[in-house]
Design a protein around this ligand. Structure first.
Ligand SMILES: *[C@@H]1O[C@H](CO)[C@@H](O)[C@H](O)[C@H]1NC(C)=O
Ligand SMILES: *[C@@H]1O[C@H](CO)[C@@H](O)[C@H](O)[C@H]1NC(C)=O
Ligand SMILES: *[C@@H]1O[C@H](CO)[C@@H](O)[C@H](O)[C@H]1NC(C)=O
Ligand SMILES: *[C@@H]1O[C@H](CO)[C@@H](O)[C@H](O)[C@H]1NC(C)=O
Ligand SMILES: *[C@@H]1O[C@H](CO)[C@@H](O)[C@H](O)[C@H]1NC(C)=O
Length: 349
């Protein structure tokens, strides 16, 4: 059987609206010097990430999906502004990577008997549970990254080559915790991917996000340091809780707002008073994305000190690697991992 590869997201080639970005003034716009420096550095960061792309369209260290998401969250016109062949290569690579991961293991066999080296499938892909696989081998955190990345370039999520990714995510969420899907960083990304789509999230999945690792301590995370606090985990938990708040309140998930406030306070408590940082550059960028997503007044967390500190952590737009730069970039454009919820509306019909 041949898998017909059709282009599923042709529409992304139209540059998307810039409206949301005109008002990007970091720290409330009170610091023109910071904003001037920032706009140079963030352009350098976009450049730096763009040129790291491999010839096959991927980005090194299995980050294709994260880089595309970071660049699109920074500027929704990033992909549309590339040359046509570059655009197609990038989009096809992203789709190819996910298609490959959705196919059940070892189903591709080389048909030696045909003598033509044709690839055939030992059984129809997705047949066992057509349209809505019950598992995703690399875990829901990775699936969420692909879903967010596809969404950021306006590709359909409900019919990705015959698979409904939101439905798959709902299945996979039920299996938490399991191998490759066992911490609240991944869990929160999974919730963010559903919430960004404005998909319905079942009550228990929201409740688990609120409960976290330890219901007596909403900030606790076993992967953290001695204090049991992990700023990166707290930050994505906050972004996911802000994004899914409407649903959680409608569904009466208990203590949502008090847990959200407690987590925000824990992020604030970890701030280094000397330089305004929150751990290293990656966790700092995630923390300030979370605080921004939660509409915390930037003077409360000394934005005028944190942002200059963050900007000093890079050289020529490189914030310490592809992964770190891709995670930091959205903040530099006043965006965060929950921003897609609002930007999808701008996808051309
Ligand atoms: C976004 O990218 C487009 C195309 O490259 C560019 O014209 C625009 O200035 C960028 N927007 C921002 C805010 O940098
Ligand atoms: C925080 O948690 C993430 C995800 O579990 C992990 O990758 C990271 O190493 C942790 N950070 C620290 C400082 O423990
Ligand atoms: C940041 O702003 C506060 C007042 O909100 C001020 O006290 C502090 O000196 C400023 N820091 C820098 C580095 O400008
Ligand atoms: C920040 O710390 C985390 C956890 O220790 C690590 O995974 C990440 O690579 C670090 N980021 C940078 C830019 O060094
Ligand atoms: C999305 O838009 C709504 C209304 O337009 C606004 O209230 C909300 O703050 C926005 N959310 C984000 C994450 O920008």
């Amino acid at each position: 059987m041949h898998l017909t590869i059709v282009t599923t997201c042709i529409l992304l080639m139209i540059p998307l609206s810039e409206a949301g970005y005109r008002g990007c003034q970091i720290c409330g716009g009170q610091y023109p010097e910071i904003n001037a420096e920032l706009s140079q550095i963030r352009e350098a960061a976009v450049q730096w990430l763009t040129v790291q792309q491999n010839g096959d369209g991927s980005w090194p260290t299995v980050n294709t999906q994260n880089v595309i998401l970071g660049l699109q969250l920074a500027n929704r016109s990033w992909l549309a502004s590339q040359e046509l062949n570059e655009r197609l290569l990038t989009k096809s690579r992203l789709e190819f990577e996910l298609v490959r991961q959705l196919l059940p293991a070892r189903r591709e066999v080389c048909d030696e008997n045909s003598g033509r080296g044709r690839v055939r499938f030992s059984r129809s892909p997705f047949k066992s549970s057509f349209g809505c696989p019950a598992t995703f081998e690399r875990g829901a955190g990775i699936l969420a990254q692909y879903m967010l990345s596809l969404q950021s370039i306006c590709c359909p999520i409900d019919d990705f080559y015959g698979v409904n990714l939101g439905c798959t995510m709902t299945n996979v969420l039920r299996n938490f915790p399991e191998e490759n899907f066992n911490n609240f960083f991944q869990y929160s990304l999974a919730i963010l991917s559903m919430c960004s789509l404005r998909a319905d999230i079942f009550w228990k999945a929201l409740w688990k996000l609120a409960e976290g690792s330890d219901k007596s301590d909403p900030c606790y995370s076993p992967s953290g340091d001695d204090s049991g606090r992990n700023i990166s985990v707290l930050s994505v938990q906050v972004m996911a809780m802000v994004c899914a708040r409407d649903q959680a309140i409608n569904k009466n998930v208990p203590n949502w707002d008090s847990i959200l406030s407690a987590r925000i306070q824990c992020i604030l408590d970890t701030q280094n008073d000397d330089d305004g940082s929150f751990g290293n550059s990656t966790s700092t960028a995630l923390a300030i994305q979370a605080l921004t997503a939660a509409s915390i007044d930037p003077t409360i967390w000394s934005c005028n000190e944190t942002v200059p500190w963050l900007l000093k952590q890079q050289t020529n737009g490189d914030f310490g690697g592809i992964d770190a730069t891709a995670q930091i970039l959205p903040f530099l454009y006043c965006s965060n991992f929950g921003s897609l919820r609002n930007t999808t509306i701008d996808c051309p019909e």
